[in-house]
Design a protein around this ligand. Sequence first.
Ligand code: ARG
Length: 593
Amino acid sequence: MKNLTAHLNTTLSEAFANAGLETTHAAVVPSGRPELADYQCNGALALAKPMGKNPRELAETILAELKKADTEGAMFAELSIAGPGFINIKLSDAFLASHAHGLLTSPTLGFPRTEKPDTIILDYAGPNMGKPMHVGHLRPTIIGESLKRMLNFAGHNAQGDVHFGDWGMPMGMIIAELEHDHPEWPFFEEGKTEGFPTESPIDIDEIGAIYRKAAARGKEDEDVRRKARLTAAALQEEHPGYIALWKLLRGVSFESAKKNFLRLNATFELWLGESDVRQMLAPMIDELKDKKIAELDDGAIIIRFDEEKKMPPALIEKSDGGYTYATTDLATIKLRTEDYGTNRIIYIVDRRQSLHFQQVFESARMADYANYELTHAAIGTINGPDGTPLKSREGAPPKLDDLLNAAIDKAREKLPEVGSEKAEGFTQEDLDQLATEIGVATIKFQDLHNNRNTEYIFDLEQFSRFEGKTGPYLQYSVARINSIFEKAGLDVANKGAPIKVTHASERNLILSIANFTDALNRSIERYEPSALCEQVYTVAQKFSAFYNDCPILSTEDEAVKASRLTLAALTRAHQLVCLDLLGIAAPHKMLTR
Ligand code: ARG
């Protein structure tokens, strides 16, 4: 089925052409005065000036053509000219009703899937071994997951890659520190090449503690730093004991990250890390030197950019032989092109890394590793009340776990106790599950509805409310419809009854749902889930108005009642699709204290 605005634009184009006019401006926008019209077309105004014509007269000609084409009055209820020459368009009730039916029967709510699917890797989350995931990983994870879902919905082949930070100096620091504390471990036995333990000697918290201890000792002591550098270099040379230990620690870190992602409803198709390109690094640098893309500079190896790019050179090998964040990112692009057939990469990463990505993208172009679109979808920071990036009391970025727990606790405070009348039929487990779904939704929606590239202030109090522009309010919009159907003893999946428009609130609801395709397109084109957040929120509001103005179950007229139930089912389908694209759970039932 055709998208509503696309349909109107085609009709307008025909009218413009029949009036002998150029069609570039034959397009509708939502009306600035929704009480008068559904859409308006400003094309006559745009054309009049260069043609030296009177815009109202041009608008008259277009309007006449529109009326001629709509002989039966099937599409338009009212066409008029307003102000200096806008054409106001009000659609007929019958046309809207039939459009709503089309939406209900379309598996994509009318969204046209792409005919040219891209193979896309979305690079998001990027947790680092040795450091617990913190607030800085939260937004990229949430936004990246949502963008991936949208791209797949649109028909692309989009995969999420977690791009684990599991290589380089921090690994040297952790292993050197463990060797310092436990020189007797088999991993450190001179000349040993096999038969190492198969279980990690330490857990995730201990890995974090060791890393912090290594960093603190390294700050004070050059010897500690030198040992860490040597260890990192030996690891780079595949020292068997170090590699065996590193693999175990990496496994522990993966498991811990997976737990976080599970709570956040984020899934990754690819569990690759910086280390997966480790064997490509040396040959790649040789190749870049041969191609005269990389050059020696004071013992280090760098890539210089054209003057006009106004970028400092990228360091790809330090003078001590160590590789950098840019080296692994560059090699990862090569890997993705060669092994995964990727033809688009989107990095959902903190905007403070912009220069890094510009350098890596430009290097990849120079080296011909990617002749396709590389995008850094830059993410703004989450700030505390003082306007600087959120910090815990100790001054470090708060741990992701702690933030989620705080939001879940807040949600739990609002739920009834197990065994109470309001929690009838709910076990403690059900209530815990509900608190998690609501708590995570508050964080996620808050995050997604703010513009991706701007910062926002973390205010748990504000966004865990059940009303207003919050995650729980949207979850509630679905649960309410579930309960209407339950009361009626009807199956919500039954989409039979014809829709009859009898009230302005019904029109408004249909028009808001019909905007789905445009909103999703905006989100996809701009890497901006906030557009879809606006959409799902608007529909929730229009549904509330409809619910107030148009009684459903108490309506006597059976046909009107059935039509309203169908509208409720359509609303529910729309909300469920949107929430799923945003990665937000939709509990069947919401409870309050
Ligand atoms: N590990 C990095 C960090 O914590 C994020 C990785 C982003 N992805 C990438 N390909 N560089 O900042």
